[in-house]
Design a protein around this ligand. Sequence first.
Ligand code: SF4
Ligand code: MG
Length: 303
Amino acid sequence: MSVIIEDINSGPPPAPLKAKDFKGKVDPDWCAGCGDFGVLKGLQSACASLGLQPHEIVTVSGIGCSSNLPGYFNAYGMHTLHGRSLPVATGVKLANHELTVIATGGDGDGYGIGGNHFTHLARRNVNLTYVVMNNQVYGLTTGQISPTSCHGMKTKSTPFGNVETPINPITSSIMNGATFVARAFSGDPKHMISLMEKAIQHKGFAHIDVFSPCVTFNHDNDYKFFKPRIKRLEDEEHDVSDWKAACEKAMEWGDTIYTGLFLHRQQATLEDQEAVLAEGGPLSFRPIAVTKEKSQQIIKRMM
Ligand code: SF4
Ligand code: MG
């Protein structure tokens, strides 16, 4: 494998790519109008504008409509278990910390089933980007309430209205210790792409919660709901180092709902603090410290 990577890196620099070059071989099977189309396109544009190549990127997802994204993206990709994108993405990053690792998924996958991992990734400050396509419902299973569904929302699992209080992904992320916390709207692609570019460039855990409407199962929080309410933080004075102001802005949920970069700070990453990664390049290219005979014995014992 190291020989292959050396070959890739030893030739002339590769030609810059366009967003369409990151299009996968499989076309998305999402419903027409699903917000996830915009997120996929946005990520492809961000990777192209940052000059990345497919072999430098790994997308990792959990389960759900949005978690099918790695199949539609021309890069290395892993479609893992429900709620488990972040631990797998951590493993990828620690095995080869030179890769650009992008975890993707939905609100049910990331904040419900995988809520535990979301907390710990943020505090560990692993250098990866996490894009959550938040449609405030479980879409793949045909429309049940998710952790971000609004109070009172009627679904097939809550015919009399949701009695639970939704979590706020932005304040949660900030309190958990994330070093880059943003919110985007897939109906505002230019702004979303600029946040994705910054998130990928950020050294540390970068979390973007994207309002990505489910046009089939959430008729409360659709494009018509968001469009008149969305205001960009960048159009106002907002200090991205002020976590209290960031939380106050993130909790607005009425005529105004903010998108943009809420919090941005620098802190040593998990990889930076791991002494074993400091020298010798990525672990995945280092020789295995066992003899061929020993490895055969181990394989035999395991089989
Ligand atoms: Fe998108 Fe909702 Fe359709 Fe799933 S069910 S593809 S989230 S619109
Ligand atoms: Mg969802």
